[in-house]
Design a protein around this ligand. Structure first.
Ligand code: ADP
Length: 250
């Protein structure tokens, strides 16, 4: 990500490298309840991203010193598989995955009714099987479905989508080249029930007007994702017993 225009042509005749319009999201599909052992789970494909989310809890938090007598703690672990990118990613936690785990965990602390489960933990595991930019948004969106699938009480289903700027144009949902050579990336987590922003990060430069435009676009993206999330959950529960339902595409 460079703050200035990189000189790489990312928009031609109003279309992006993969043919999308500036306000168009990559294709998204979600399946809920794909794992048998987890309390809740979801599998999401978003463009070239493939993400598995598994939720356990609420269960007694261990080790005990991690317990909070007043509420449940949300333990979020985002991990990129070694084979998820072209160059082998060194396995294990690194600064980036710790940061992403922290911001996604904080987003969920905002919506999970943690005060109903003192001393418990809600464990949110996000595995990025294939990565192609936007994995924190994809991870949060998948994990929200897994939390709902686990029956964890929440203020609402949250979703996340990024907007950004490439070739001085505000665009929705940056692809890999746009992430590498674009001018700004603004991942936004949103709760459609309350209108609250639950995650906000920014890389690069945007004018105040461009920031407003990008925020509006990202929130619209989240609202579309919310519909796909709901379809995944309806699919799961309208035919209990089957664990293979597509959440539908954008
Ligand atoms: P996000 O995935 O949320 O957009 P970043 O902006 O940090 O987060 O990463 C952008 C993309 O860069 C990732 O989706 C992935 O495709 C790629 N990437 C991230 N970390 C690595 C890594 N260690 N090795 C190779 N590619 C990576």
């Amino acid at each position: 990500m460079s703050g200035g225009n990189s000189g790489v042509e990312l928009i031609k005749n109003g279309k992006r490298l993969d043919g999308r319009r500036p306000d168009e999201m990559r294709n998204v599909t979600i399946q809920a309840g794909v794992l048998h052992r987890a309390d809740g789970s979801a599998y999401l494909e978003w463009g070239g991203n493939k993400v598995l989310a598994a939720v356990y809890g609420p269960r007694e938090a261990v080790p005990r010193h991690t317990q909070d007598p007043n509420r449940a703690v949300v333990k979020c672990r985002y991990n990129m598989a070694a084979f998820s990118v072209d160059d082998r990613k060194r396995p294990g936690p690194d600064r980036r995955s710790q940061e992403i785990s922290k911001v996604i965990g904080e987003a969920f602390e905002n919506v999970i009714l943690t005060e109903e489960f003192p001393r418990a933990s809600v464990d949110v595991n996000i595995e990025i099987l294939e990565a192609e930019a936007g994995t924190r948004c994809a991870g949060l969106t998948a994990a929200a479905v897994a939390l709902a699938d686990a029956g964890i009480p929440m203020k609402g289903l949250i979703a996340a989508c990024a907007a950004g700027k490439v070739n001085d144009t505000v665009v929705l949902d940056l692809g890999k080249a746009e992430d590498n050579f674009g001018q700004a990336d603004l991942p936004v987590g949103y709760n459609p029930h309350t209108g609250e922003i639950v995650l906000l990060q920014m890389d690069g430069h945007l004018s105040p007007e461009q920031f407003d435009e990008a925020m509006t676009m990202a929130v619209e993206g989240c609202k579309k994702l919310y519909e796909i999330q709901k379809q995944a959950l309806y699919g799961r529960y309208s035919d209990a017993g089957s664990r293979d339902h597509s959440g539908g595409a954008e």
